[in-house]
Design a protein around this ligand. Structure first.
Ligand code: PLP
Length: 491
């Protein structure tokens, strides 16, 4: 399997392609684009039937081997078996089986329509980011050991990604994690989750400022190519291709668990921010999984909903990005969206490059086909099954309350955005699976507001705020940051 950048000039596409292991440790392609396979592997009906019997780990192996053709199968099988265990994804609730890894729960069944929740948040940090990040940790360790190399992961987090990365990389040979977070801006739970890690390869750095200040420091260090190479700096952000592939697996799993034959139709509603999660659903659909609709649910930050309603992609400035009660979806620019747009414009790297350059210079582009627009491909969006909707804080609070009353289960704020939008998109005869992207305990403030009581905490998290914390506080000073990394890596 060969990979190509979404911005590769058509003439150069074939010669610049790379293999899975080449792009595993990197982020963006050299031309600023994102990697995609030159063609999607196809899955047959017979394969789907055979996959119904597999464990999650075996299914992950079958799907990954189609994409990671340059990793020996025995190694890949060992890596997936080590990752997808009920020991790692152990936070299943009552009525769920941890052995299922992503257990389904039927919420409602009427008139041939089922509303189903697929739990993706039973991993160590109680959010769906663990589904891919745990595999990434094992893949990185494997690849680095082969090359006898080291990697220093440097990133910024507002909460979920940083903790998922740290729990995936803790104790891994050849890997250090330097994670910036805005000092005193994360929830007490999120702070405790990250800062209570005592592993010597984990460095928590609280920056005196907001998330954007931390993010700017990461960009400044990453733009210093000489420093980056010398100190072996890498990232684990959501554009990482291996993360996207790992997420493809649970769409297959959800479909197979919700159906008994490949004739049955299933739609997915996906609480969305950076378009990473739903992009994996799109890829599963392109591989031949019988997905009917892919519904993107946003919060008040509705960049994606606007595009799927109008064909206009209009990124927001920081000042126009609201801080909401589903904070992991507070994004103004959907970094994985380019992967879908590349497809939409017929895999034309020149067009894709021009459109995303326009995002930088003019803050967006317009594919509505109206006079003066940049193209008319919006009319093709329906062929890919995409739909969308949005939700507000009041919707979240009401949905959390209704779901607790009607189905006896407490959901988190992001999943509430998903349920609200899913209910608006139910169709007769089509099962709707809503992806549960976090457990309620992570966003307790809103649970308290909605239900008047605390969210239940999984075992082991009861007194997490009381554990000793390991972190340093630093000013937003790039030179001081570089010196800190250099001292601790000894490079
Ligand atoms: C990251 C995250 C999302 C958004 O996922 P994207 O892949 O960025 O679209 C939604 N919910 C939760 C809880 C998250 O952590």
């Amino acid at each position: 399997m060969q990979y190509v950048s979404t911005r590769a000039a058509s003439s150069a596409a074939a010669s610049s392609s790379q293999q899975f292991s080449d792009i595993l440790l990197g982020g963006l392609a050299a031309d600023g684009g994102l990697f995609l396979p030159t063609a999607y592997p196809q899955v047959t009906g017979a394969e789907l039937d055979a996959w119904r019997k597999l464990s999650y780990a075996e299914l992950a192996f079958e799907i990954l081997k189609k994409f990671a053709t340059d990793i020996p199968e025995a190694d890949l099988r060992a890596l997936t078996a080590k990752t997808y265990t009920q020991d790692v994804y152990k936070n299943a609730r009552q009525g769920e089986s941890a052995a299922d890894i992503t257990p389904l729960r039927v919420l409602e069944e009427a008139n041939g329509t089922k509303l189903v929740l697929q739990a993706l948040s039973n991993g160590p940090t109680l959010a769906f980011k663990d589904m891919a990040m745990q595999l990434l940790g094992n893949l990185f360790e494997y690849a680095l050991a082969k090359q006898n190399a080291e990697l220093n992961i440097f990133g910024a987090t507002s909460g979920d990604t940083g903790s998922a990365a740290e729990y995936a990389m803790r104790g891994k040979k050849g890997i250090r994690v330097f994670m910036l977070s805005p000092h005193k801006k994360m929830s007490a739970f999120q702070t405790a989750q990250m800062f209570s890690l005592q592993d010597p390869n984990i460095y928590n750095i609280a920056i005196e400022g907001v998330f954007d200040d931390a993010q700017d420091m990461v960009k400044a260090v990453s733009n210093d190519l000489e420093y980056k190479a010398k100190h072996k700096i890498g990232t684990v952000n959501s554009i990482n291709w291996a993360r996207v592939v790992a997420q493809v697996v649970y769409y297959f799993r959800g479909y197979l668990a919700a159906t008994t034959s490949n004739e049955q139709k299933v739609s997915f509603t996906v609480p969305s921010g950076n378009f990473g999660n739903i992009c994996a659903g799109h890829i599963a659909r392109m591989m031949g999984l019988p997905i009917d609709k892919l519904v993107a649910a946003t919060n008040e930050n509705d960049v994606l909903d606007e595009f799927f309603r109008t064909g206009v992609y209009r990124v927001r400035k920081s000042a126009e990005t609201y801080h909401t009660s589903s904070p992991s979806m507070d994004i103004s620019k959907a970094s994985n969206f380019e992967r879908f747009v590349y497809e939409l414009v017929g895999r034309d790297g020149d067009r894709t490059r021009a459109l995303f350059q326009k995002v930088e210079t003019h803050g967006g582009f317009d594919l509505s086909g109206k006079p003066g627009s940049d193209g008319d491909e919006f009319k093709l969006v329906a062929n890919y099954g995409f739909k969308s909707g949005k939700s507000t804080h009041d919707d979240r609070v009401n949905t959390i309350r209704d779901v607790a009353d009607d189905y006896g289960i407490v959901i988190d704020t992001h999943t509430a955005d998903g349920i609200k939008v899913a209910k608006e998109n139910l169709e007769p005869g089509v099962t709707m699976i809503v992806l549960e992207t976090a457990l309620a305990a992570k966003f307790n403030e809103t649970i308290l507001e909605a239900l008047g009581e605390d969210a239940e905490r999984p075992a082991g998290f009861e007194n997490i705020e009381d554990l000793p914390q390991k972190f340093v506080v630093m000013k937003a000073d790039v030179d001081a940051m570089k010196a800190y990394i250099a001292t601790n890596t000894g490079l």
